[in-house]
Design a protein around this ligand. Structure first.
Ligand code: RP5
Length: 186
């Protein structure tokens, strides 16, 4: 059974939200993924909250761009903790190929503020703009309180991170800054 519900306001958000799925898959945590629009499918949003409770989801990860009301609205319908992902909107469903103004006029800040500025007593946490991977990671951390095996895996993941940086630093020292950049990024 999936432990996490991933929802997003539009199919155009899926390219960002897939990062949450990627990290959950890496840790073998099942998730159910859906498109629910707070504005365009308001009744579906209410139904989804009931569905999430029935399914026993431990956490909901909700991503939306622009006037990003999805995370806050879903949180108002359930007590399941919600992690919001502000999305720097692509909006490319309506755009011609020649049009390059693909991003929100406010660079995702509109979405970040819509998600984080919840009224007192109604809480949603927000990760950084487009940081769906961090939402997945945070969900794993919460779950690890309940699942000791997961805690072990997380500790291993952290020590791998440490090793990677140490190795990179050794290479930086070995090659010098100019050569290191050439090797790594060109
Ligand atoms: C929001 O509007 C969605 O979350 C999406 O980020 C944005 C644009 O949606 P589309 O016009 O691409 O469907 O509700």
């Amino acid at each position: 059974m999936p432990l996490i519900g991933i929802i997003m306001g539009s199919s155009s958000d899926s390219r960002i939200m897939k990062d949450a799925a990627e990290i959950l898959d890496k840790f073998k945590i099942k998730h159910e993924d859906q498109i629910i629009s707070a504005h365009r499918t308001p009744t579906r949003l209410e139904e989804y909250a009931k569905h999430a409770e029935k399914m026993g989801f431990k956490i909901i990860i909700a991503g939306a761009g622009g006037a990003a009301h999805l995370p806050g609205m879903i949180a108002s319908h359930t007590i399941i903790p919600v992690i919001g992902v502000p999305i720097m909107v692509y909006n490319d469903k309506q755009l011609k190929k020649s049009d390059n103004s693909k991003f929100s006029s406010f660079g995702g800040l509109d979405s970040l503020l819509s998600i984080s500025e919840m009224p007192s007593g109604s809480s949603v946490v927000a990760v950084g703009i487009n940081k769906a991977g961090n939402a997945g990671m945070y969900a794993i951390k919460i779950l690890s309180n309940e699942f000791p095996e997961l805690k072990k895996k997380l500790k291993l993941y952290k020590s791998d991170q440490h090793q990677t940086i140490v190795k990179e630093s050794e290479n930086l020292k070995k090659y010098g800054l100019r050569k290191f950049v050439e090797k790594k990024f060109k």
